[in-house]
Design a protein around this ligand. Structure first.
Ligand SMILES: Nc1ncnc2c1ncn2[C@@H]1O[C@H](COP(=O)(O)OP(=O)(O)O)[C@@H](O)[C@H]1O
Ligand code: SF4
Ligand SMILES: [Mg+2]
Length: 397
C-alpha cells in the first residue's frame, strides 16, 4: 500500500463488466390513506439507494434482520418489481426500466428460489409439470425431450427421477425445496436469487440444501444473490457478504473482512448473535452485543445514520449526516462515522475530514466534501485507510 491522493472512486476492477451491477437502487412503496379517496400519505422506503456487483459465477450474501429490504432487493433484481429509481445492469444492459415484453427473454437468465417451498409450488400440478412448463413456455427443448430433461433435473437435485408424476404434498419440506431448485435450474439461468432458501427447513436439512446449492453453483457457474437473515447461513456459501439495515447497505466485503474485521456496529451485533459453530467448538468466545429495541419504521427512518437509534456509539454527527459507504480495504466498505473493529472504534468521527464537517456534523467553512463518496457499486484500487487517516493505493492491482 502507498499513499494516494484522494480521488473519486473508479469503477474499474479488472476491466470486464460484472454479471450484475446495481447502482443506487431504490424502492419506495406508497402508503395510502384509508377511506374512500385513497391518497398517498407517505412511502415505505424499503430499499433506499443500494449499490453492489455480482461477478459471473460469484455469490453475494445479503444479510440483515427481518424488514430491512432483502426480499425487495431480490424482487427488484429479478424484476418482479420495477424500481422507483436506480439502475440494474445485467450483462452490461440496464434492465431497471424494461417492460413485460422486453423482460421475457430475461426471465430465462435470472431465476428465483423462494423461502417457502410449500407456497411457491402449485399443489395441483405434478412435479413433472411444475418443472416442465418453463421448458415448454420458452421453447427450450422439443416436446418429446421435456420429460427426459425433467428427469435429468430431478436427478441433479437429488430426487428420484421416477417421481415426476407425484404432487408436491407427497414430498418432505427439504425435497420440496429441491423441486423449487430444479424449477429454477430448468432454463439454465446465469443468475439465481435465493431468498432465504433454507429458513423454512429443519436445521438438519438446511446443510444438505446449502450443499446442493453450492454444488450447483460450481457445476453450472451460476451467479448467486443469497438472502439470509443471519450471518451463519451465508458464511460457508458466499465469498462476499453485504449487510443491510433499513434499506441501506451498511457494510459489504469479502468474507474475511466481514467475519474477522467487521467495522460496523450493526455487523458486529449480528455476528455476536450468530457465533460461528466452529469457533464455539474450539472454545472461542465473542463478546455478546445486545441489539437494543426494534427496527424503526421504514416509513419514517431516523435522520443521518439509520442505525443510530440502536447504536451504542452514536454521537451528534450520526443524527446530522448520513455516513457514506466508504471503501476501507481492498474489498471492504463500511458506512459508519465511527467505523472500527470491536474495541477500536475511534473517539472522533473518521469520516468528518472527508465530508468537510466537524464532529457535530456542521459544515467547516472552506472545506468541501470529497466528491462521489460512497456511490460506486464496485471496488476501487484506492481506499481510505481509517487507522492511518489517509488514502492508500493497492499496488498489487
Ligand atoms: N409490496 C409491498 N408494499 C408495501 N410495503 C412493502 C411491500 N413489500 C415489502 N414492504 C415493506 O418493505 C420493508 C422491507 O421488506 P422486505 O424487503 O420484505 O424485508 P426483508 O426481506 O429484509 O424482511 C418492510 O417494512 C416491508 O413491510
Ligand atoms: S454512524 Fe453513528 S449511529 Fe451509525 S453505526 Fe456508526 S456510530 Fe452508530
Ligand atoms: Mg424477506
Amino acid at each position: 500500500m502507498t499513499d494516494a491522493a484522494p480521488t473519486g472512486p473508479s469503477t474499474a476492477t479488472d476491466g470486464s463488466a460484472p454479471l450484475l451491477d446495481v447502482r443506487d437502487l431504490q424502492m419506495y412503496f406508497p402508503v395510502k390513506s384509508s377511506g374512500l379517496i385513497r391518497r398517498t400519505v407517505g412511502h415505505v422506503q424499503a430499499v433506499d439507494g443500494i449499490s453492489f456487483q455480482i461477478e459471473s459465477g460469484g455469490s453475494l450474501g445479503l444479510v440483515g434482520e427481518s424488514g430491512c429490504g432483502k426480499s425487495t432487493t431480490g424482487r427488484l433484481v429479478t424484476r418482479l418489481y420495477k424500481p422507483t429509481d436506480g439502475s440494474i445492469h445485467f450483462e452490461g444492459r440496464d434492465i431497471a426500466g424494461l417492460g413485460p415484453r422486453q423482460l421475457k427473454p430475461l426471465r430465462r437468465d435470472i431465476q428465483m428460489i423462494f423461502q417457502d417451498p410449500y407456497g411457491s409450488l402449485n399443489p395441483r400440478h405434478t412435479v413433472g409439470r411444475i418443472i416442465g412448463t418453463p421448458l415448454e413456455i420458452h421453447d427450450v427443448v422439443p416436446k418429446k425431450q421435456v420429460l427426459p430433461r425433467v428427469q435429468e433435473l430431478l436427478e441433479i437435485v437429488g430426487l428420484n427421477p421416477e417421481h415426476y408424476n407425484r404432487y408436491p404434498h407427497e414430498f418432505s419440506g427439504g425435497q420440496r425445496q429441491r423441486i423449487g431448485i430444479a424449477r429454477a435450474l430448468t432454463l439454465q439461468p446465469k443468475l439465481l436469487v435465493a431468498d432465504e432458501p433454507v429458513s423454512a427447513l429443519d436445521v438438519s436439512i438446511q446443510a444438505q440444501v446449502i450443499n446442493l446449492l453450492q454444488d450447483i453453483q460450481r457445476e453450472f457457474n451460476i451467479g448467486f444473490l443469497f438472502v439470509a437473515h443471519d450471518l451463519a447461513v451465508v458464511r460457508h456459501f458466499c465469498p462476499e457478504i453485504a449487510v443491510m439495515y433499513l434499506g441501506k447497505i451498511v457494510e459489504i466485503g469479502e468474507r474475511d473482512a466481514i467475519y474477522q474485521h467487521a467495522n460496523h456496529p450493526y455487523t458486529q451485533a449480528l455476528l455476536s448473535a450468530a457465533p460461528d459453530v466452529k469457533q464455539a467448538a474450539i472454545g472461542g468466545r465473542r463478546e455478546r452485543i445486545q441489539l437494543q429495541g426494534d427496527v424503526p419504521s421504514p416509513i419514517n427512518p431516523p435522520s443521518g445514520c439509520r442505525f443510530r437509534t440502536r447504536c451504542s456509539y452514536a454521537q451528534d454527527i450520526c443524527a446530522a449526516v448520513e455516513p457514506p459507504l466508504l471503501q476501507i480495504g481492498r474489498r471492504h466498505k463500511v458506512a459508519c462515522h465511527f467505523a472500527g473493529e470491536i474495541g477500536h472504534h475511534p473517539a472522533e468521527p473518521v469520516t468528518a475530514p472527508l465530508l468537510g464537517v466537524d464532529r457535530h456534523g456542521d459544515r467547516v467553512p472552506g472545506t468541501d466534501p470529497t466528491p462521489g463518496l460512497g456511490t460506486d457499486s464496485g471496488y476501487s484500487d484506492t481506499w481510505y485507510d481509517f487507522p492511518g487517516r489517509r488514502m492508500v493505493r493497492d499496488e498489487s492491482a
